[in-house]
Structures are given as C-alpha cells and as structure tokens.
Design a protein around this ligand. Structure first.
Ligand SMILES: [Zn+2]
Length: 290
C-alpha cells in the first residue's frame, strides 16, 4: 500500500535525523548562570520585502528598520547591558554602513545573514556570496563573522571558518547537526517561531508570496514570551529571541521589550551573551562526538 511505503520513508528519515542530531544535555553556563538568553536581530531591512516581490511602497517598511529600528534596538540593548548578535546580510553594509559599525563598536556580534537574503543553488555562487558577505562585514567591523543565520551548507561554512549556525528549530537547546556523510558537525543555536517578532507583528503585502497579516497586541506577546522564558529558565537553560529592526523597532514594541528584559533580570542567573559567546562555550566544554 502506498501509505505504508510513505510511512517507511518517514520512519527512515526520522531515524536518520535522530542519528545526526546531538543535543548538549547540560550546558553548565559560566559563572553559575542558569539560562543563556541570545538576543538576536535579523537586519533584513528592505531586502526581504524585495525577495517577496512586494511593491515599491512596501519597501519603506523595511527601510524603517535601517533608518530607525536598528538604532532603537542598539539603544535598548545598551541600556540593559545585553550583548546581542546582529545577523546582517552583506548588502546591508552598502545600505546602512553606519548602523553596522555602531553595532560592532557597542560590542555586539555582527554575523552572516546571506548576501542578499537568499542562498544560491549553484555551489560556486553560494560560496561567492558567503565570502563576499564575510569580507563586507569584516571591512566595517574589523572582525570576520563566525556565525550565520542561513541555510548555507555546513561543509562550506566550516571551510570558511564559521563555528555555528542559528537557523533550525529541531530542539530547544544548543545541539550539533552531523553531516549525513559523516564529514563533520555544525553547532546550531536554535530559535523558534513562537519567539520571533515577525510571527506576531509583521504584516505583508496581500499580493506577495507572504500574505500573512499579523498585528498582535504587544502585551499578549509580552505574556507569551515571559512564559516561554520561565519555562526555559526552569528546564532548558537556553532561549534565542529573534527580532527584526523593521518589526521590533516600532516604539510600542521597544517599550514591550524594555519591560520584558527588565522582568527577566529580576531572576538570578540570567545571562545575555552574544551567540558567539554561547558557541565558543559549547564548543570548548561539550565538543561534538566524532
Ligand atoms: Zn532575514
């Protein structure tokens, strides 16, 4: 029966994924921290709007992120002593170089988010995009990126000196994903769409490929994210918050995040490091098994 063979295929796929997936059971964060909270911002500005084929007027929504939103987020992170990771498409270095420089100057990590928000299918072009982005970020920040939020191939990332990805959602704690051919492993710092501002606040143009319309009450998101944080504080020890300057840079959402970070800080042992700091800690204390 076709259904049975489908099920066999699914079972084989699940077993294969499980064999390649190595969770870090006990991260044992430095200085007795109970939870590591990675605050991340995907600095997409108008690049994603363009990829989704939205009309020119909609680009202004993304542009807000580059002109206003990113600056508000940097100010917010600074006021809370948060070291954030800004996942930045290479093209943003041409569009908003001052913001990228300012993020690095403030001590935040600037990491890869593809050249123009897509991973080309041709391996040679893909490699060129990754190298071009790394070079552009290094020119502005003085440091080569070692992390990415993308679907670049793990073998390519390793060859280019990348230590971690923060992309997929198959776990709630940092984990390694081993290559199917046994060629190596990549550390992944997972996020989840439930802790992604775009899922609650981003509205897209009706005729684009992403026609979702989401305008949630910030208080509702505050409650959801607080509960998610509490749960991870108790049992997981890791939370990755995914923000976008053009989404969270709006004043009422900045105010919500301000309240959220303040409340998190009322609990003992809450650590707000960059993804790089978490990655280096994981790799040093719990390296992947061979
Ligand atoms: Zn993005």
């Amino acid at each position: 029966m076709a259904f049975d063979s489908d099920l066999e295929e699914l079972r084989a796929a699940a077993t294969g994924y499980a064999a390649r997936h190595q969770v870090i059971e006990d991260c044992a964060w430095p200085e007795g921290a109970r939870i590591a909270v990675n605050v991340t911002a995907d600095f997409d500005a108008m690049l994603l709007r363009r990829l989704l084929g939205e009309p020119p007027m909609q680009l202004a929504k993304g542009e807000f992120g580059g002109r206003v939103g990113i600056w508000r987020l940097l100010e917010l992170f600074g006021s809370h002593g948060i070291t954030a990771t800004i996942f930045t498409p290479g093209r943003i270095c041409e569009l908003y170089p001052e913001a990228v420089r300012a993020a690095a100057r403030a001590g935040h990590e600037v990491a890869d988010h593809m050249w123009e928000h897509r991973v080309p299918k041709e391996p040679a072009v893909e490699a060129a995009h990754l190298r071009r982005t790394a070079a552009a970020l290094e020119r502005l920040t003085g440091r080569r990126p070692i992390g990415t939020r993308s679907r670049h191939s793990h073998a390519l990332l390793r060859a280019e000196g990348f230590l971690y990805a923060s992309e997929d959602v198959p776990d709630h704690r940092p984990h390694y994903i081993h290559d199917a051919d046994g060629g190596g492993a990549m550390l992944n710092l997972p996020f989840h769409y439930a802790i992604d501002d775009a899922m609650f606040f981003s509205f897209a143009w009706l005729n684009s490929e992403n026609a979702a319309q989401r305008i949630t009450d910030p208080d509702r998101v505050f409650e959801l994210w607080w509960e998610a944080f509490r749960q991870q504080y108790e049992v997981g020890g890791y939370l990755n918050i995914c923000l976008h300057p053009f989404v969270s840079g709006r004043a009422l959402r900045i105010a919500m995040l301000d309240r959220l970070f303040s409340r998190m800080k009322t609990l003992p042992g809450v650590w707000f490091p960059s993804c790089e700091a978490v990655a280096r800690h994981c790799l040093a204390t719990c390296p992947p098994t061979a």
